[in-house]
Structure formats: structure tokens, C-alpha cells
Design a binder for this molecule. Sequence first.
Ligand SMILES: NC(=O)NCCC(=O)O
Ligand SMILES: [Zn+2]
Length: 433
Amino acid sequence: MPGGIDPHTHLAMEFMGSETIDDFFSGQAAALAGGTTMHIDFVIPVNGSLSAGYKAYVEKAKRSCMDYGFHMAITKWDETVSEDMEIMVKEKGINSFKFFLAYKGSFMVNDELLMEGLKKCKSLGALAMVHAENGDAVFEGQKRMIELGITGPEGHALSRPPVLEGEATARAIRLAGFVNTPLYVVHVMSIDAMEEIARARKSGQRVIGEPVVSGLVLNDSVLWDPDFHFAARYVMSPPIRAPGHGTALQGALATGLLQLVGTDHCTFNSTQKALGIGDFRKIPNGVNGMEERMHLVWDTMVASGQISVTDYVRITSTECARIFNIYPRKGAVLLGSDADIIILNPNSSFEISSKSHHYRTDTNVYEGWRGKGKVEVTIAGGRIVWENDELKVVPGAGKYIEMPPFSYLFDGIDKEDAKYLSSLRAPVKRSTT
Ligand SMILES: NC(=O)NCCC(=O)O
Ligand SMILES: [Zn+2]
């Protein structure tokens, strides 16, 4: 089957101490256990420029073992950002931009900035992505928890309940509808957000929903664990939800209400997570998933009989390639495609442990998980790169994949816009006499 494509990881959270960059480059094997291409979110610190960030990350990515592409996060707005976006799309092969509706005081954008970004994305044929949580309300929720004396990791979940994810998802969807441009909702973690996406799609709106492995297979009980260090490992945003959300998200994937599975891989080690002892707001957000995605989705959804092998290929590979406009080069085994192929043995089993994983980080949120369905061989670009649990490729072998704008999600938007304009019955010609 075609190799996995991870639509969403966080390389550049390294400026916050994340070790993801090492997982990706030095840890090498992580994503090759079934993944052949990854998509990296690349968050520029608020005072940096898009062009400078791009240059820096292109340089680092030269060490990559696997093919990769970039998304870029937009955290502020001015003429330079707008011009840089244009350069990124037209000259650098970036066709998606992420907007954070959460993280008040750092990455968060307000509605005005979001709309500027949506309009710019539309004009460039680039896909707007949103981290959908109401950042102002989360801030309020955090204050409430601290006032109640709730300072541990459970305060993280309690301060940003599903309703705040649902609200931001609905708002982003409506604003994207108002601008009439496609929208991609990253890390959908709750029924509330999923239902907003499903409703919008039913009405014909161009909205894509991406749940992530952690949200599909874990539940929030871990955040109530009496051991701070254990609980803190699971802090990510939006939070891992109460039992019931994950199974509903699996059902939505199975029935096509949600479209593809990401990881939002963004690891922090125990020392970094311990920064939040006594104040959950200081626990760096993020969990692993890059190395486990293909195995866990197979185990929980295919081995359990919930979806077919064809569906598995669609949600782990093909749909991502189509959305980011690199199909059929990626996401397919066809004449002329990149020959990215995995051989997954449904009868062999896997076990996850921080002792054997290929990340730099010292913990694994899926510790002890055993399951069925193991990727035994990964072929990238026609060459075996992973076999017998061994990496057979050297840093630098991965290629940068340019992603052209105007994916299928933009088909027909011009006609819809023309229809809208002709529906206005305005301006009304009036005589002033
Ligand atoms: N998701 C998460 O907790 N960490 C990565 C940054 C983000 O996307 O929120
Ligand atoms: Zn995010």
C-alpha cells in the first residue's frame, strides 16, 4: 500500500524547547516506521519573519531522512507578512498556513487577523488551517482553575472544555464561509468540533477535519493520575478528552465525516514537562505520535473491523496527498508515482515503549501498548529505507516536496463567487433628485 503521509507535526516548536527537530532528523527512524512523507508545522516566533524562518528550516531539513513539506503559522499581520505569504506560495512550494485561535498572548490571532489571512489564502489558492479553541475563554478558564486551587495537569483539561473547541471551530468555519475559502481544522479532539465540521460539510462547505492519533485512542483519565510526571506527559491542546470523544471521532473517520489522521507530533521530555509543577499553564503542550500513527490506526480501526484496508489507505495517505495537492505523486501506487510503499503484516504484532522508540524524548504516551499489524518494510522513492526494524537510509536522503496551490478544494470557487455577486441585487441605482 502507499506510504503514510503525516499531515501535521510540529518541527519548529523547538524554539519552545521541543525535541521534535531531533526526532525528525537525528532520531531518523521515527516516521519511517510506515510513514514516507511528513508535513511540518513551522511556527515562526512572533518577532521573526516568514522568509527568515523558511530559510532556517530549509537549511535544517537538508538532514532529513524522509520526504517532507512545510506549513507555516501566521501569528501576526502586516504588509510584510502578506508579501511573504505570496513568496512562500509562488516561489517556495508552501500551500497551507496555520492560524492559532488559542494561545492568547503568543500565537493567537483575533477574528480580524484571521479574516485577513483567509482572504490572502484564498487569493493565493493556499489552504487555511486552524487550531480551533477560543483563546480568550481558555485564559478565563485557566484563571478559574487557579482560583479554585487546581494547579495540576487535570486543570489543563478543565480549563479548556470541548465547548471552547466547538465554539472556535464553528467561528472559523463561519468566517471561512463568509470569505468563501476552504478550511482545514487541525487536531479535532471533541465531538463538539466534529459535529460543527460535519454540519458544514453537509451544507456543502469546503471544510476538512483532521483528528490525531492521541485523540482517537487515549482518554483524559491519565490527566487525573496522582503522579504529576505521568499526567503531564499527556498535556496537549486541545486536550485529550473524556471517554466517548475518541470513539466518536473514530466513527466519524470511518463514515467520512472526518477526512484524515494526523499526529500533531510535538514532544517535550520529562524535564521540560516538569516546568509546570505547581502550575499546569507552564507544562509545554504536545505529545508524540509520528512513529505510532500507522500502527495505532491499523490496530484500533482496521484490526477491530471498523474500517477496510482501502479506508485505511485513504485516511493515512491518499486524502492527505489530495488535500495538499501532491496526488498522485504521493498517496498512490501508480505508474509515475514516487514509489513510496509500505508492507504491513496484519498478523505480526507491535509493542510501544520509550525504551525502544526512535525519538529523543524519554517518555511515550502509548507506553506498553501492544497491537496487531506491523509495518515490516518501508520503501521510499523505490528504495528500501526501513526493514527488520532498521533504518537503511542516511540523513539527507529525504526530498523537499513542493506543494502547488489551488488543490481540488478550490475547484468552482470562482463560480460560487460570481453567483454570490449576482445575488446581491446591489448597488441599487437610486435617483438623488
Ligand atoms: N497541540 C499541542 O499541544 N502542541 C503543539 C502546538 C499546537 O498545535 O497546539
Ligand atoms: Zn495546534
